[in-house]
Design a protein around this ligand. Sequence first.
Ligand SMILES: NC(=O)c1ccc[n+]([C@@H]2O[C@H](COP(=O)([O-])OP(=O)(O)OC[C@H]3O[C@@H](n4cnc5c(N)ncnc54)[C@H](O)[C@@H]3O)[C@@H](O)[C@H]2O)c1
Length: 435
Amino acid sequence: MRISVIGVGYLGAVHAAAMADLGHTVVGVDVDEAKIAALSEARAPFFEPGLPDLLASATASGRLRFTTDFAAVADADVHFVAVGTPQSADGDAADLRFVDAAFASLLEHVSPGDVIVGKSTVPVGTASRLAQVVAERAPGATLAWNPEFLREGFAVKDTVSPDRLVYGVPEGEAGARAARILDEVYASAVAAGTPVIVTDYATAELVKVAANAFLATKISFINAMAEIAEVTGADVTQLADAIGHDARIGRRFLNAGVGFGGGCLPKDIRAFSARARELGRGDSVRFLDEVDKINLRRRDRVVELVREECGGLEGVRVAVLGLAFKPHSDDIRDSPALDIAMRLADGGAVVTATDPEAIANARRRAPQLAFVESAAEAAAGADIVVLITEWPEFTGLDPEELGALVSHRVVVDGRNALDAERWRSAGWRFRGLGR
Ligand SMILES: NC(=O)c1ccc[n+]([C@@H]2O[C@H](COP(=O)([O-])OP(=O)(O)OC[C@H]3O[C@@H](n4cnc5c(N)ncnc54)[C@H](O)[C@@H]3O)[C@@H](O)[C@H]2O)c1
């Protein structure tokens, strides 16, 4: 099929490359010239495992190209819109300016019979509003909404082999045809038995935010238990193991720690709350405000632990391990790690931070921090080591070897990812969250 992808960031670049890899002919369009220049040379503009190989092979096949020129979409029949929907500068709601601008540019070039497929995460009601815009400016084209569930760090696998496909389509033949076309786009996943849910726009939009709200709630639930564990002497990791054995609960997403961040969960739950309030149903998801607060309190707790262990922050040498919001990504959007590193520095600590992939992004956001290339360099002379992003490079550290480098053997494990006994036996004072 001939496909265009509008917005080639973390979602769109992977989607474009994966669609070309599946055999479609794809053009990726973005307003960011630097990103397009990198992608045109088959260079990934961000770190995502597997993406460089995918870009190289798809580009070599001649089926993938990138441009800033919207006119190039005229060659395609299916147009995916994957632009950003960040939190508004002045509130919790999603900022839809990029979506509206992308549709305005795209609709100048679509033809009757084309299918436009929204992938961005949007507030419920957006697709039906945009369907009106499509009907006015590109009569004969059909809008579908196909939310994306990929996880950064596993984006290539999740795009090629999703665990479900959701198509929000209008009623009638146009919607049925759009669903058939999406089945063709995703033919290999459909043939592999991937569940396909064909539904209306509102359900498709809500599936995405409901999934993120559920995951955020599960994380904040265990972090709330961590807060209780901290004042009772209980161990939240054992508690999670024990309740996780209940198949109705499950152990995944029950790792207490500094909580969630990134370009999706935080802004998605805030946008969901804001949209529910607009709809007069703010009460229905008011718990998400609490989920958000619990999540942010865990960052305060790490700062408090450092202060407690070092008798204050002024002049304390802190080694911060991790800057990305999660391992296997260079994404620092709403990263708990970077936030904590900045707060420690604001409090007077001398922070030396490291991350296998996110230093360049972090340096742009927080030039006041000192960045080094390895955990060993960060730990040299440190009064305290704080692990915040659980990269294997950090969780696999040898406490004996690291202990030889620091001034004081004190570690805060912000992800409960280290073997506490092993670190204690190597002479470390060990502080976890909720244990
Ligand atoms: N990153 C993820 O893991 C993920 C997963 C699922 C859903 N989503 C959703 O996908 C959307 C995109 O997220 P992302 O992480 O890829 O964001 P991103 O910021 O990495 O990428 C967005 C891209 O859109 C481009 N853009 C902005 N305005 C444009 C316009 N008018 N025309 C063309 N391009 C334009 C930007 O330059 C940028 O490259 C968001 O709605 C997000 O919530 C993201």
